[in-house]
Ligand binder design. Sequence first.
Ligand code: KG4
Ligand code: ZN
Length: 366
Amino acid sequence: MIILGIESSCDETAAAVVEDGKRLLSNVVNSQVDIHAQYGGVVPEVAARSHIEVINPVIRQAMSDANVTWDDIDAIAVAHAPGLVGSLLVGVLAARTLAELHQKPLYPVHHVEGHIYANFITEQAKSLRPTLALPSKSPTFPMLALAVSGLHSQLVLFEDHGRYTLLGETLDDAVGEAFDKVARMLGLPYPGGPAIASAALSGNPHAFNFPKAKLKSPYDFSFSGLKTAVLRAIQREVGVDHTFASHELPARLNDRQRADFAASFQFIAVKTLVDATEQAIQEYHPASVVIAGGAAANQELRRQLSERLPFPIDYAPTELCTDNAAMIAALGYYRAQVLPPTPVDQVTVQPSLSMNQTQWSIPSNS
Ligand code: KG4
Ligand code: ZN
């Protein structure tokens, strides 16, 4: 079954063609990072406008890279939730129009759940470039998933496709968001994740001992206190108090201090995620563990996990961790195995739909 995936929930316009939920035939991502970098973050109006400009060429490119025509496409999957409403609308409207025009079944899917399904992509067409470092096999159930993006930080235990329990989530900022905000304090560019990771390479992760939030559930996260702790430490380091304008702080830092702050922040943010994951493994004994979302590209996260997990872990390539449409097509495939398509005019955007509201497999009788 060949599925065209469409993704436009935030600041990437993406389309991809995936066969049987695992074989990547094409993967086109048009990132708006350069446009938003000048504002230090995503501007929703600008994002929506940019999606409109590029969505048709991106879809055309995905079909042409995959060497398929509309006759070859069995279904369309589109990310309809969660995300920026204006951004989601562009992808959803394109998908609805194409489904109607070409009489294709349409599957709306959840973006964060899609991130997790990037881990099911294990093959790519020989002609497709670049060659990605794909996992050697699909994850097995029960599967523990750590989903960490710019908007979400969640630990989810999947019993099977579409059947899962949300073990915990962030109570305030998502971890990617914390990377973005701390990067800003340090005068590093947007998006903050890759910028902090790269500055941290030359820093000392133990230069500053930032506190780990103590919460009632071991599987919930909180990064807002850590963000404030970094701000206070920067102020102390450069000898100013909280009345000093924070946008003027970066100019007071030298490269050594910047690198040490980046490394110390990254170390504890990642440790927080790894502690929770390790505890969930001990309690639930999953057969596999996957990480997903933009922050899953973080090398320190991969290093700490590999060091502390009781078994080896297969990682999706970073190209499939950040927003893409291959993950949407992969999830669409698995949904299509058990669910009828959604009537085109019932596919609507749901900007704040939680994964908890999207269980979709047919319950087992046991
Ligand atoms: O999944 P994603 O591309 O978009 C959302 O669904 O939010 O995630 C983007 C987030 C941003 O906050 C970015 O700073 C973070 O992922 N990110 C990283 C890294 N690469 C991207 N965070 C930490 N380390 C990275 N290498
Ligand atoms: Zn995402």
